[in-house]
Design a binder for this molecule. Structure first.
Ligand SMILES: [Zn+2]
Length: 336
């Protein structure tokens, strides 16, 4: 399916779902509240994540470093709004589209900040940086010139659970709510404005990558996120929306888990479980509130992850070929 058709489909299913706000334009900054901005990244063509930034009295805090090209993309947009120094770039988690731009922010005077779990995850996956065999950075650099031209800069201001930025006017609480999309996720919560920047712990569309996290714990972590009482949710990917986006994200994982659980009871082989992916997609697509999460590329690995958490089993290797080919194709097209 070509990108335009796919986007149109995503757009229509988001409208049908009602909870998604599709008014913001991809690649432009939107004011969420006074001094608080949201920027919806172009994931389809450039692989970029969403960003946010908060203009404090004396400095700017950026939410997510993005890929290097994503950082370069939003820098002039921040500069057009304020001359205050950009002091901090908060990585919501360790993935490349959220943390590989750290060096760009450092070069522009900022310090990358993250939950301590981000460093633990980087040690797990960024083996090249830590002196072992090439890891994810080196792999990504093969297809992304912006990554090849930069280098990994792990965050150097770390917090074990929470870190607050508060100048009396604005308050931003960086909080690790639990394991979700990764083991090192944290969110940015603005209690005065009731705005929540979720990173990929919550997305708005078919963007859930589940391999580094835990879906069962993710559902509980979303409970903790819901308890904050957000009125505006700025997700890691996809358009911003109301608190309903958290409900939809959580419901998707609940329905997915239930669909897998009821099949697991019949003790299927791994191949039979794989073969039920189409049926599971239909079950999810039949629910307007979550239909937009059931992506063609992501669902097989999401089903496999939940199945693996429940049984310890994985899908047979040969079932992954076509899925992998699609992902690689998409990755190549997202290369900048
Ligand atoms: Zn991610």
């Amino acid at each position: 399916m070509c990108d335009v058709t796919r986007r149109n489909l995503l757009f229509s299913s988001a409208l049908l779902a009602g909870a998604a706000k599709a008014a913001d334009e991809v690649n432009s900054a939107a004011s969420v509240s006074k001094d608080v901005y949201f920027h919806q990244g172009d994931i389809e063509h450039q692989g970029h994540c969403n960003n946010g930034w908060i203009i404090f009295k004396d400095y700017v805090l950026v939410i997510d470093a993005n890929f290097p090209s994503g950082a370069q993309n939003i820098l002039p947009k921040i500069r057009s709004l304020t001359e205050k120094p950009i002091r901090f770039a908060f990585d919501t988690h360790h993935h490349g589209d959220h943390a590989y731009g750290n060096q760009v922010w450092i070069d522009n005077g900022a310090t990358p900040v993250a939950h301590t779990g981000v460093i633990e995850e980087m040690k797990r996956y960024e083996t090249g940086y830590y002196g072992n065999k090439p890891g994810r950075w080196e792999d990504t650099a093969k297809t992304r010139p912006d990554v090849a031209a930069s280098h990994l800069a792990p965050p150097s201001v770390l917090f074990p659970r929470e870190l607050y930025f508060d100048d009396g006017e604005h308050r931003v609480e960086l909080i690790h709510l639990g394991v979700a999309h990764t083991h090192g996720d944290a969110v940015a919560w603005l209690p005065k404005e009731k705005i929540l920047f979720t990173g990929d712990a919550c997305v708005n569309g078919p963007y859930n990558f589940v391999s580094d996290g835990n879906v069962e714990k993710w559902i509980s972590t979303l409970d903790a996120a819901k308890k904050l009482g957000a009125q505006a949710v700025c997700p890691g990917h996809g358009p911003r929306g109301s608190a309903g986006v958290l409900d939809d994200q959580q419901l998707f994982f609940k329905v997915l888990s239930e669909s897998v659980r009821k099949r697991v009871k019949a003790k299927p082989t791994a191949r039979q479980m794989f073969e039920s992916v189409t049926e599971i997609r239909e079950e999810i697509a039949a629910q307007p509130q979550i239909a937009r999460y059931a992506g063609k590329d992501g669902l097989p690995s999401q089903v496999e992850k939940v199945y693996n958490e429940m049984t310890g089993e994985s899908f047979p290797p040969d079932t992954k070929t076509s899925h992998l080919a699609r992902l690689l194709h998409r990755h190549a097209h997202a290369a900048v």
